[in-house]
Design a protein around this ligand. Structure first.
Ligand code: SAM
Length: 228
């Protein structure tokens, strides 16, 4: 799987890509992640990527042409998808991550300023994606979110395969998409068994200490679904 990120702030990704499991996934060649500075595809000496909005108003808008050129240069694989991040896009969720993991290239376009010329969403990108109903400074954090959620679904990216098979939002045959979105994994506890929090001793559910696998399984099933 190959990720190509188009951004005007490539340094934001440095630490993120060089730590923990995302770094390991690259070392193990499970993913190839390329960060591209959009200014590489600009046409003037100032390397301009934005301009004033038609119709007036506050802020600057990212121009379509550099983005279009970048995408043209970077699209290398057959099963490739171009994603543009925007607060008004389709909400990113685990089902979308599962859909993306089947591809072999994801090109992620990160916006800044007031946003991106709408023609990118209409004619250049395949999908417009939001990571939630709030406004961020830019599309770099959304790109990290999508990249991490997709990478951990790739075989070998997570230490134990069971960790990704039995967790929140997992796909269970026969349940609807709506129910799936509500599936939340059971709570976890670890040592110490008793701990003082705000002057009260807090323990862990007794059943988890019994070693009775069947009872533990039942408790976990009972505490796995939240129907709110
Ligand atoms: C400051 S925001 C633009 C906000 C835009 N004027 C609006 O009202 O929706 C700049 C960029 O951040 C990214 N962004 C902000 N919030 C986002 C979200 N919730 N999901 C995905 N991308 C987001 C987008 O790429 C966007 O072009």
């Amino acid at each position: 799987m190959r990720f190509d990120i188009i951004t005007i702030f490539p340094n934001i990704f440095k630490n993120f890509l060089n730590e923990a499991l995302i770094a390991r996934a690259q070392k193990k060649k499970i993913v190839k992640i390329n960060i591209h500075n959009l200014r590489k595809w600009t046409m003037d000496n100032h390397k301009t990527v934005d301009d004033r909005p038609y119709g007036g108003g506050a802020g600057m808008v990212m121009m379509v042409e550099p983005i279009m050129k970048a995408v043209k240069d970077l699209k290398k694989r057959k099963k490739a998808k171009v994603i543009v991040f925007s607060a008004k896009g389709k909400k990113f969720d685990q089902a979308m991550a599962r859909r993306f993991v089947k591809l072999d290239q994801l090109i992620l376009i990160c916006g800044r300023y007031e946003g991106i010329d709408e023609r990118v969403a209409e004619y250049v990108a395949d999908e417009e994606v939001s990571i939630g109903d709030y406004v961020l400074f830019g599309g770099e954090v959304p790109a990290m979110v999508a990249m991490e959620a997709v990478t951990r679904l790739l075989p070998g990216a997570v230490g134990k395969q069971a960790s990704i098979e039995d967790e929140s939002f997992k796909h269970v045959k026969g349940i609807t998409k709506k129910q799936e979105a509500r599936f939340i994994e059971y709570p976890h506890y670890t040592r110490p068994e008793k701990v003082k929090i705000n002057s009260r001793v807090r323990g862990v559910p007794k059943v988890l200490l019994t070693g009775n696998h069947k009872a533990i399984e039942q408790w976990r099933t009972k505490h796995s679904r939240h129907e709110h």
